[in-house]
Design a protein around this ligand. Sequence first.
Ligand SMILES: Cc1cc2nc3c(=O)[nH]c(=O)nc-3n(C[C@H](O)[C@H](O)[C@H](O)COP(=O)(O)OP(=O)(O)OC[C@H]3O[C@@H](n4cnc5c(N)ncnc54)[C@H](O)[C@@H]3O)c2cc1C
Ligand SMILES: *[C@@H]1O[C@H](CO)[C@@H](O)[C@H](O)[C@H]1NC(C)=O
Ligand SMILES: *[C@@H]1O[C@H](CO)[C@@H](O)[C@H](O)[C@H]1NC(C)=O
Ligand SMILES: *[C@@H]1O[C@H](CO)[C@@H](O)[C@H](O)[C@H]1NC(C)=O
Ligand SMILES: *[C@@H]1O[C@H](CO)[C@@H](O)[C@H](O)[C@H]1NC(C)=O
Ligand SMILES: *[C@@H]1O[C@H](CO)[C@@H](O)[C@H](O)[C@H]1NC(C)=O
Ligand SMILES: *[C@@H]1O[C@H](CO)[C@@H](O)[C@H](O)[C@H]1NC(C)=O
Ligand SMILES: *[C@@H]1O[C@H](CO)[C@@H](O)[C@H](O)[C@H]1NC(C)=O
Length: 538
Amino acid sequence: MLSKSSLCVLAAAAALCDRAGAAVAGGENKHGACRKTSVAILGGGMAGVTAAQALHNASISDFVIIEYQDRIGGRAQHTTFGKQKDGSPYTIELGANWIQGLGKPGGPENPVWTFSKKYNLTNTYSNYSSILTYNETGYTDFSHLLDVYEEAASGMNIEAGRLLAENLQDQSARSGLALAGWNPKHSDMAAQAVDYWSWDWESAFPPEQSSMIFGAAGNNLTFNQFSDENNLVVDPRGYSAIIDGEAATFLKKGDKRLMLNTKVANVTYSDHGVTVHNEDGSCVSAAYAICTFSLGVLQSDAVQWQPELPAWKATSVQKFGMGTYTKIFFQFNETFWPSNTQYFLYASPSARGYWALWQSLSTEGFLPGSNIIFATVTNDQSYRIEQLSDEAAKQEGLAVLRQMFPDKHVPEPTAFTFPRWTKTEWSYGSYSNWPVGTTLEMHQNLRANVGRLWFAGEATSAEYFGFLHGAWFEGREAGEQVAGLLQNRCVKVYDGKEMCGARTRYEDLHGTSPLHHYNLLNGWATSSFYASKRKREA
Ligand SMILES: Cc1cc2nc3c(=O)[nH]c(=O)nc-3n(C[C@H](O)[C@H](O)[C@H](O)COP(=O)(O)OP(=O)(O)OC[C@H]3O[C@@H](n4cnc5c(N)ncnc54)[C@H](O)[C@@H]3O)c2cc1C
Ligand SMILES: *[C@@H]1O[C@H](CO)[C@@H](O)[C@H](O)[C@H]1NC(C)=O
Ligand SMILES: *[C@@H]1O[C@H](CO)[C@@H](O)[C@H](O)[C@H]1NC(C)=O
Ligand SMILES: *[C@@H]1O[C@H](CO)[C@@H](O)[C@H](O)[C@H]1NC(C)=O
Ligand SMILES: *[C@@H]1O[C@H](CO)[C@@H](O)[C@H](O)[C@H]1NC(C)=O
Ligand SMILES: *[C@@H]1O[C@H](CO)[C@@H](O)[C@H](O)[C@H]1NC(C)=O
Ligand SMILES: *[C@@H]1O[C@H](CO)[C@@H](O)[C@H](O)[C@H]1NC(C)=O
Ligand SMILES: *[C@@H]1O[C@H](CO)[C@@H](O)[C@H](O)[C@H]1NC(C)=O
């Protein structure tokens, strides 16, 4: 373990230490000096808890986790809902729900799957082939389109691999799919529903707004590398039981290093230390900080940075996409939908993605007999529905169910709820997505540290962005690297590769057209304007 005075040796150049050898990296508050620590971990979700565990594993016990909510777990968030036969409520997942990509014998295993086994998390294979198709007239079979999409998607994935390997320009998933044979008309509502289910339901953004290269690569790295299985978690303790379990391996009950109900308001950072001011007036000064806030929080002005984040960092933060993915839960007094089917796809006659996806929890292996079904919407449909009252949203959903099941009596639900992720102050959205034409270098800028301020989380994962396991890998790596800095050593990450010191970053990201290509041959008649402008600036 690093003593306070050895920390002060490391920090000495920075005048971070007072004469008694205690770190005093920042301002004081009304209660006196800031609380001092070696590492301030901002946020206690999967990435924050894992970063803390990595520090603990490196024998660094002097850290503090600062968490907005009254609990750890972040976007692995559950709530109670409806009623069971005995009157007690069910547990439903508002955020992360699937373990995505499990692992094959002899192959690498998804760490979340490893935890799921360690903590006996109740989960069931989610069968994406167990799906029936509907439109405004009721059941209508357009399931053959699912296969047409799949074939094109495999073609796109192969082409994406070529673009990546040969360092060629990215495309949108939309153009990649079209070139591979999937090019649905805007008026073909059945095909649009299949498109939505096949792409948006995973990415939370439409194919137009998603990178072809990194969408395909991300899909490969989770579902080809681990396995193509998705298991839905239906554990009464909630999905976050695995995060609680791992936290309990190094945090005692009531551990003073965990500051719950504490909202970070502003962060002052430099090459010498970080001071964190919280909304309640408390502050923490640290040799290093690891910020695990969601991309949505970073994109908003919820936290002030002093100095402002440099352009290369601010650009990557604003360029990446924060998606919204909304599950809308209904409990009825009976299961009026086919109880042996898991998914129901609805093609709205007028709007792509309008209440497109329905998923039964009343099915064997999930919460059988629960009479719970939930709809999923993303992106624009999420933003729209978040603006509705609960009652208005409920009535929209019921009207769709009545179209899908015209022969059934669809009663008012006995319970109804949905989260408004876009408005959730500690998340501002659901999870990130890789936008079109965005390089690995641009993404690295999202990961790179700014002085002593480090970053980790779902969005900083190049390989597993959007997933709980991405947050775990990134939390571990940031924790290990900061431990290495505190202990003045390089660290081995990923198969023994050595990493030392600061992370790589790219201050200038270039486009692909040098200025001399702006000429008549390329349809650009006004090159002299830019040339003279450039001369003036020089
Ligand atoms: C609706 C939805 C569905 C999803 N489905 C899946 C899925 O099926 N499978 C899957 O693998 N992944 C899924 N995900 C993604 C998964 O939940 C995330 O990748 C993962 O939980 C992110 O962990 P994190 O530690 O990076 O961030 P977070 O969990 O967001 O942790 C960050 C923490 O910082 C805290 N915080 C934020 N602002 C402040 C502040 N100002 N001061 C103090 N603390 C603050 C937050 O409260 C939070 O606890 C889903 C997410 C959502 C929202
Ligand atoms: C910390 O060590 C334990 C025990 O070896 C291991 O299970 C865990 O995954 C480690 N955590 C991290 C983040 O590396
Ligand atoms: C999980 O279940 C197994 C077998 O039932 C049991 O041995 C083990 O203690 C359980 N682990 C936890 C963490 O509950
Ligand atoms: C998934 O559902 C399809 C369609 O109902 C069925 O044919 C298939 O056997 C199911 N797969 C598994 C693994 O249960
Ligand atoms: C995805 O996997 C396929 C099949 O293994 C491979 O041909 C392709 O190159 C991969 N694409 C990317 C972008 O990784
Ligand atoms: C930083 O936040 C703290 C706590 O909210 C506040 O007292 C302080 O004035 C803020 N400092 C600046 C420079 O914004
Ligand atoms: C809905 O399905 C019915 C029956 O297959 C079909 O006649 C109708 O044209 C479909 N509606 C739309 C908007 O495609
Ligand atoms: C459910 O409630 C409706 C009225 O809201 C009623 O007609 C129906 O019989 C009920 N079903 C069961 C199984 O109780």
